[in-house]
Ligand binder design. Sequence first.
Ligand code: E4P
Length: 217
Amino acid sequence: MDFFLDSTDLEEIKRLNNLGIIDGLTTNPSLIYKAKTPFEKLIKNICSEIKGPVSVETVAESSSKMINQGVRLSKMAKNIVVKLPMTWEGIKACVELSKININTNVTLCFSTSQAILAAKAGATYVSPFIGRLDDANLDGVQLIREIKQIYSNFNYETKILAASIRTKNHVSQSAIAGADVATIPPKVFDTLVNHNLTDQGLDIFNSDWNKSGQKIL
Ligand code: E4P
């Protein structure tokens, strides 16, 4: 499974990218708003830190405007993935951008029928929002399972990018359900390593080692 960061916080991005296991990143207009940095500068800084795919969203209603924005965004850095909303206009824009080999991510996916549309439009990624489905008392991970089944029935190449992740359980359940990518907010990312039995085990190993009087060269 690929790990993307879901963030526009450059300090956090750098801190976590230092681990060496971050494969890409996603942004959205709300995260851009939070960053309070000029848009182009922010995206260029993120793209020089993160070498893998970086999703940046269009903010137009018509497919023609989305296509123009998508082409402009794709020129900002070579690893840009153009994010498009799950609307008919977004689907049309996805078809056109795919034809000219611009990578796309169809976002705000909440159903299997929407995921089929993204695949048929040639999207590089589809983003099911599992946390927002759970918030609405629905089952986000079940949606990932169903999309995975459909995509493998038809050999669709669109990658499933589990988004709106709220917990480390969302990450592991998405992996079990077959998501290709999980995009994870830094706060959730930090929790992935935690387990109380690891902490307890480490305390015991350290204390026994200290009592042993041994040395490693
Ligand atoms: C994904 O690309 C989105 O930016 C994101 O995961 C949305 O998450 P939220 O539901 O926590 O806003």
